[in-house]
Design a binder for this molecule. Structure first.
Ligand code: DQA
Length: 147
């Protein structure tokens, strides 16, 4: 089993960026924790972060035929990117959308997601723990689908 963790714009600043909202853990720490969870579960995890929409789209294309599932925190592109939605649907890889913050408890422009309606599920509001929850949820879904 191979999964891809995709992080969008400004998530490289985790740890420094609005810590009251997003916590003090860096993206590197989050990726390390998730890698530990992945190796304990016998899963190979690839991690990719970009501030560029096109780079995220291309990374999704690259995943076709290589990964079984995608964990995606698309940051602000969640609320704006039809291109990322089309890429995820185009490669037909099951994905879970995740957010550190509860986007529904924030500004109304964050309430809409271009990814949510086709996701396996959405995890939002648990800080860095959202990544672990999303990982467990996606893995459970894929393992159930495999039997
Ligand atoms: C975010 C929520 C988005 O609305 C925001 O643009 C982000 C981070 C989150 O993880 O809570 O960059 O995806």
């Amino acid at each position: 089993m191979r999964l891809l963790l995709l992080n969008g714009p400004n998530l490289n600043l985790l740890g420094q960026r609005e810590p009251g909202l997003y916590g003090r853990q860096t993206l590197e720490q989050i990726e390390q924790d998730l890698n530990q969870r992945a190796s304990a579960a016998g899963v190979q995890l690839d991690c990719f972060q970009s501030n560029f929409e096109g780079a995220l789209v291309e990374r999704v294309h690259q995943a076709m035929g290589e990964v079984n599932g995608i964990l995606v925190n698309a940051g602000a592109y969640t609320h704006t990117s039809i291109a990322l939605r089309d890429a995820l649907l185009g490669v037909a890889i099951p994905y879970v959308e995740l957010h550190l913050s509860n986007t529904h408890a924030r500004e109304t422009f964050r309430h809409h997601s271009f990814l949510a309606d086709r996701a396996v599920g959405v995890v939002s509001g648990f800080g860095p723990f959202s990544y672990g929850l999303a990982f467990d949820g996606l893995l459970n879904h894929l393992r159930k689908a495999a039997v």
